[in-house]
Ligand binder design. Sequence first.
Ligand SMILES: Cc1cc2nc3c(=O)[nH]c(=O)nc-3n(C[C@H](O)[C@H](O)[C@H](O)COP(=O)(O)O)c2cc1C
Length: 348
Amino acid sequence: MDYFPDIVPAHSAFLAPMAGISDHPFRLICKRLGASVLFSEFVSADGLIREEQRVRQYLHFCREERPFGVQLFGSEPATMAKAARIVAAYQPDFIDLNFGCPAKKVVKTGAGAALLSNPDRLQAIAEAVVDAVSIPVTGKIRSRWKIPNRKTLTGQVDEMMIEIAQRLENSGIRAVTVHAVASGTTQLRSDQSKETPGQKIPYPNNIRWAAIAKIKKAIRIPVIGNGGIWNANDAKRMLDETGCDAVMVARGARGNPWIFSQISHLLCTGHHLPPPTWEERKKVILTHLALTLDFYGESQGIRVFRRHLPFYLKGLPRSTSLRSKTGQLNDATTLLKEIEEYFDALEQ
Ligand SMILES: Cc1cc2nc3c(=O)[nH]c(=O)nc-3n(C[C@H](O)[C@H](O)[C@H](O)COP(=O)(O)O)c2cc1C
């Protein structure tokens, strides 16, 4: 199959893989609001081989989510190839390889961003997975990583990342996402999924996009730019400044899935969409809640949705009391009623 370049709609916005966040319900919400391509949360290749039933939830998707890719991480070429064959049986549109996760629990196994320090292993993984499946395979790298025993001067790091991108291209990888990071020493907490507003965001503010432009110039396959897109203007600026083929949004979509329609409207018309009305916000939040309860069942569904609600309410007037009330709630009917009443009061 030779169609991956076609499913990268030119100048559009992808929803990023986000552990604990980019699940089936949230992906559907983002897709309905204009995200062009969706990724699963990352899935451990070892975990998938050991306990396919337990991780099945991560592999579930529906037709509406296409084009959809499952992201895998792991450190052994043979294990990654085996896991990729299991994933391919679920018929996603592509498989994405994680070469960028800096979480301790991932890098200590030699997977994720650790592979950026081991280009031969990274290439062997890419080749093994490309050989193992007939669907397209893509890769996600970060533009900086603390390379052991190497000086991390900007120019040198960029050169090393260019070499990695070229190795991926030569291995048959069909598109590369570049997560542009400014500092080589930034580490994510190992438990990213519990991150909530108000907690320190473990990313530098100063995102460096130059690496995306350099990598774009050095390879022929599509480059997806990622890092620091918080609104439609940022997306347009990244496309203009780096020449990347599409952009990918992670944190900017949490509690703000409207960012996708805002980006596509700006790119198509040159004009900005107005922010969503209270009524639109209420409708999307309640749909997200309903999809989550439907997918996980009430007890787990409420716990999962509690990760999203504070982001939806961030910065909204008089939302503190709703936030603290709903943080404790365990029944869906009351949760729904509290959200409805809050937005109805705003509308009056
Ligand atoms: C909560 C959270 C979970 C993440 N999980 C993943 C993941 O599973 N796989 C991955 O490749 N990147 C993951 N990332 C990184 C994002 O995909 C993205 O590269 C990064 O957040 C930079 O994009 P942004 O500036 O738009 O947030 C995660 C980020 C966050 C905030």
